[in-house]
Design a protein around this ligand. Structure first.
Ligand code: GSH
Length: 202
């Protein structure tokens, strides 16, 4: 299988999961502005949405949407314990987090990346993020990871999205629990391997 990604983008979430699983994969970066892959292919011919992450399977199926891709990947190696079994209530808890991260965090960070976003829209996005960080911080109290002691695909997505904070000048020092959580994830060998692969390790 091949993951199409862009360094530091939300595609880092499945990239982290692939490294955690230790399964064989290829990765190719995409220029999101020109929609060209590193090998010069027209990315929109692979994924008409033009967005990463995009997973190309060996049977030529193309899977999109990060929250779904990470579940597919984790299900390929259940013994790695990155996601509870489908149909269990715990699985819905992980899906609850994935959906929250996608809709409440990821998409409230997005406007902060564009020079063209009106200033008042950016202020509103920052306020929404702060309220959501209060919630996340509270949920993490007394836990190592979102699901308790067990690292899951939801943590991979959460780490990815929260790591944008420094880039868009969102100060996380008000949420020390979140900072401690991010440090824990950053020290995982699979996280370091992913950051290195994406050229993000200083
Ligand atoms: N709904 C998609 C959104 C993915 C997304 O926002 N990807 C961004 C990078 S973080 C992207 O590719 N942006 C370029 C574009 O959409 O043209 C998902 O959840 O996977």
């Amino acid at each position: 299988m091949k993951l199409f990604y862009s360094a530091g983008a939300c595609s880092m979430s499945p990239h982290l999961v692939l490294h955690e699983l230790g399964i064989k994969f290829e990765a190719e970066s995409v220029n999101l502005k020109t929609k060209q892959t590193a090998s010069g292919k027209d990315f929109k011919a692979i994924n008409p949405k033009g967005s990463v992450p995009t997973l190309l399977l060996d049977n030529k199926e193309v899977l999109t949407e990060g929250a779904v891709i990470v579940q597919y990947l984790a299900d390929q190696k259940p013994e790695a314990n990155l996601i509870p079994k489908a149909g269990t209530f715990e699985r819905y808890r992980v899906q609850e987090w994935l959906n929250y991260i996608a809709t409440e965090l990821h998409k409230n960070f997005s406007p902060l990346f564009y020079d063209t976003t009106p200033a008042e829209t950016k202020v509103a996005a920052r306020e929404k993020l702060a309220a959501r960080f209060d919630y996340v911080s509270n949920e993490l109290n007394g836990k190592t990871y979102l699901m308790g002691n067990n690292y899951s695909v939801a943590d991979a997505y959460m780490f990815t999205v929260l790591s944008w904070s420094a880039h868009v000048k969102v100060d996380l020092t008000k949420w020390p629990t979140i900072l401690g959580y991010l440090e824990k994830i950053k020290s995982r060998p699979a996280t370091l391997a992913t950051l290195k692969a994406e050229g993000l390790l200083k």
